[in-house]
Design a binder for this molecule. Sequence first.
Ligand SMILES: C[S@@+](CC[C@H](N)C(=O)[O-])C[C@H]1O[C@@H](n2cnc3c(N)ncnc32)[C@H](O)[C@@H]1O
Length: 297
Amino acid sequence: MINKDKIERINFLARKKKAEGLTAEELEEQQSLRAEYLEAVRANLKSQLDSIEIMSPDYEESYTEEDKTHIAEMNEKLAVEYEDAKRKERMSVTEAGNPRKPQGEAGKMMIERMNESHAEMTAWALDKLNLKPTDKVLDVGCGGGAALKRLSGRIDGGKLYGIDYSEVSVEASKELNKADIESGKMEIHQGSVSKMPFEDNLFDAIITVESYYFWPDLEEDMREVFRVLKEGGTFMLIAEMYLNDDLDEHHIEMARKFELRNLTVDEFKALFEKTGYKETKIHLKDGKYWICVEGKK
Ligand SMILES: C[S@@+](CC[C@H](N)C(=O)[O-])C[C@H]1O[C@@H](n2cnc3c(N)ncnc32)[C@H](O)[C@@H]1O
């Protein structure tokens, strides 16, 4: 429960960080207090929004034309405000959790949220992935493990692997996929995409969702992914934005704020070709900036 003392402590730690820096313990405390604060703001916002009642159309006959116009305008305004508040709140959760390498309580909360917020895009892209039940599939930068869980339903006799260099992500993926790990159907490793603990030509398919933005040396890291992919196997890179002239303010701001790498369609094609993929297909989603780049080795 966030109270006055905790808010004062948050402010104190922020002032101290600016003036003289924080100890490791204080940094941890700051992260945890901020996460708690964000959760409280979120719950408050949600309860306020839940209590808004849009007037029932049953009473429509008693409205004047003026009332109707007013209600329509209010509904539109509320919808815009609601979307804006949700977006801002998502941004602050992401900021506190560090999407580059999720850490601490705030990181845990962020990847749980990402499991939800990336679900639609991940489903859209993975529907295009041709898999046999006996395939071996790797998810690079597996975060909270939701993509692996989604794939689990399509694998029978094969095996799923996840790798992520964040301890918090590895823990969350393990927790979400406990049953598959215990049965030996899945393995989650802590490690970097730059040097993966897998033999050459091991996987039938490799995916990565919302992670390439952060890889330290994209060309080298792409070669490392290529190394562990089988001849004839597929690598699928999935991202919720690519650089293009129509990109909106929100995505431009996200890329700036989180220092995200952001390639154009042509740059993706060139990168996949240079890495050695024989065939590269680009899928774009109508009305979104989603991109799914599919390379065949
Ligand atoms: C924005 S999160 C996305 C997580 C998940 N794939 C999803 O869609 O929800 C990015 C993930 O990539 C991981 N990551 C970033 N750079 C990495 C690297 N060099 N090696 C391994 N994992 C990395 C981060 O730790 C984080 O878990």
